[in-house]
Design a protein around this ligand. Structure first.
Ligand code: C5P
Length: 220
């Protein structure tokens, strides 16, 4: 069968990662978490003392870190200059700074190139999750999914992941990050015209996975 390219976009807390990984594993496809790449470059900026409030400072060093993503859905990995950063990229500090870094066009150009080359080299195909995959990175994807959920459901899911964190604070932080991601000039979070929208508010993860697997199989 020819390689199948699946783009899964949407705001945070809609189940993008869990869904994308499971769909890729079930169908024997590669998997790419593009949010992890933006988190990794943000982690590098923070670690190297770059002033992320200054887009010119960020742009000037956007090409420096070497970011490598492993695409096995059973064990996704990400390294920066050879260091495994899977843990450090999930801290509150990185989460609060990633929107500013990912809004810088030089950062997006760099990361988008990595994403396209990984998608092109996936033998059986790939599930790529992010914010601008269907609109900008892979506009010719065979299937585009846009996941949504109510702010309450999204905050509840995130709080479940991050134990002990206040749900109201989580909800506010989520809304703030989505607003920043949706309103930036360069490839904002948006549903592609030809994307299938799936509202996951009242669905279980298993139901969302089944729904997407069915849609992929219809395209094959
Ligand atoms: O998906 P995740 O929450 O890990 O994404 C972290 C951040 O990376 C997003 O809030 C957004 O700022 C950025 N991002 C992006 N484009 C993508 C994926 C993520 O700008 N395709």
């Amino acid at each position: 069968a020819p390689a199948v390219i699946v783009a899964i976009d949407g705001p945070s807390g809609t189940g993008k990662s869990s869904t994308s990984k499971a769909v890729a594993a079930q169908l024997g496809l590669s998997y790419l978490d593009t949010g992890a790449q933006y988190r990794a470059i943000t982690w590098w900026m923070v670690t190297n003392g770059i002033d992320i409030a200054d887009p010119w400072a960020v742009a000037a060093v956007a090409g420096k870190p070497e970011i490598v993503s492993g695409t096995d859905p059973a064990a996704p990995t990400i390294t920066v200059d050879g260091t495994d950063v899977s843990g450090p990229i999930r801290t509150q500090e990185v989460t609060s700074k990633v929107s500013a870094v990912s809004a810088v066009p030089e950062v997006r150009t760099r990361i988008t190139e990595l994403q396209r080359s990984l998608a092109a080299s996936a033998q059986r195909g790939i599930v790529v999750e992010g914010r601008d995959i269907g609109t900008t990175v892979l506009p010719d994807a065979d299937l585009k999914i846009f996941l949504t959920a109510s702010p309450e459901a999204r905050a509840a899911r995130r709080s479940g992941e991050l134990k002990g964190v206040d749900i109201h604070a989580t909800r506010e932080a989520l809304i703030k990050r989505d607003a920043a991601d949706s309103t930036r000039k360069t490839s904002p979070l948006a549903k592609a015209d030809d994307a299938v929208e799936v509202d996951t508010t009242d669905l279980t993860l298993q139901q969302v996975i089944e729904c997407v697997v069915t849609l992929v199989e219809e395209k094959r």
